[in-house]
Write a protein that binds this ligand. Structure first.
Ligand code: BT5
Length: 252
């Protein structure tokens, strides 16, 4: 992991990086570490995950070579809406920097290259009564993954290609550096972060289907607000506001 830490000159994020060749999920390892009082900004990296997960108990394909990491944070509650925005901005900038590929963000948490999903973001918070104890920010990015080998995602996913160099380390370095920079701008610069995130979204103006449980609602993605929620205008003129944790979105 020395090559990962080398050159990383951050103030908070990645001051400590713990690398595990195999984990069930970096989310669980990070949660346990947070409960044990691990320092804020510590990053848990897995060489591969055997039970990587997405939102709503979906599974995340996370073989060797891909990026799977979780960042332990102890944020103020008012920071929470910005975490997914910061993560999306940092990850997309890092993909553009390390892989030289234009990267978009599909609301709420998909990293998109060439119209396909190359990465995803998962944020889990630890609450104690009404008190926020910690947040775990998880990021998965496909590197040198043979997407066709995984039928369940073959149609929707894509992978970055390292071309023999250590792209994974470079990408993680850039991601953590940018995350550090943005996170330390909170709370004062929250609005600027929101504006930058909104500018990266491919979703706005598109026809979408919002899927929640067995319900599917069609409409046009109209706007996002600073809480991160998406407003969808339905054909009858009424609108609904949906929160990131709860729904899937299909863009047409
Ligand atoms: C996400 O969930 O996109 C969040 C993924 C977060 C993964 C990271 S890896 C490090 C940390 N540790 C973990 O255990 N998780 C985090 P969601 O929006 O629910 O999307 C999940 C859906 O994406 C699945 O149902 C599949 O359709 C698809 N999918 C699964 N694996 C994929 C992959 N490797 N690439 C692209 N799409 C994938």
């Amino acid at each position: 992991m020395a090559s990962l830490v080398g050159g990383l000159n951050t103030r908070l994020i990645g001051r400590k990086i713990l690398y595990y060749p195999v984990l069930a999920s970096t989310m669980d390892a990070a949660r346990k570490a947070a409960l044990d009082g691990e320092a804020g900004g510590t990053v848990i990296v897995a060489g591969e995950q055997t039970q990587g997960r997405g939102r709503l108990s979906r599974s995340w394909v996370s073989p060797r070579g891909s990026i799977a990491l979780s960042i332990i944070l102890y944020p103020e509650v008012i920071y929470l809406p910005y975490l997914v925005m910061i993560t999306a901005l940092a990850a997309s900038a890092a993909i553009e920097g390390a892989a030289s590929l234009p990267t978009a963000v599909k609301w709420p948490n998909d990293l998109i290259v060439g119209g396909k999903k190359v990465g995803g973001i998962l944020i889990e918070n630890g609450w104690d009564g009404g008190v926020l104890r910690f947040s775990i920010v998880g990021i998965g990015i496909n590197v040198d993954m043979e997407v066709a080998a995984y039928p369940e995602i073959a149609e929707i996913a894509a992978s970055l290609r390292s071309g023999g160099r250590d792209m994974r380390a470079e990408l993680i370095r850039q991601l953590l550096a940018e995350f550090d920079r943005l996170y330390l701008m909170l709370p004062a610069e929250g609005h600027a972060i929101f504006e930058a995130w909104r500018g990266r979204l491919t979703t706005l103006g598109k026809a979408v289907t919002v899927v929640s449980g067995d319900q599917a609602i069609e409409g046009t993605a109209e706007a996002v607000d600073e809480s991160g929620a998406l407003r969808v205008r339905k054909p009858d003129g009424s609108s609904i506001t949906v929160l990131a944790g709860d729904v899937s979105l299909r863009e047409k």
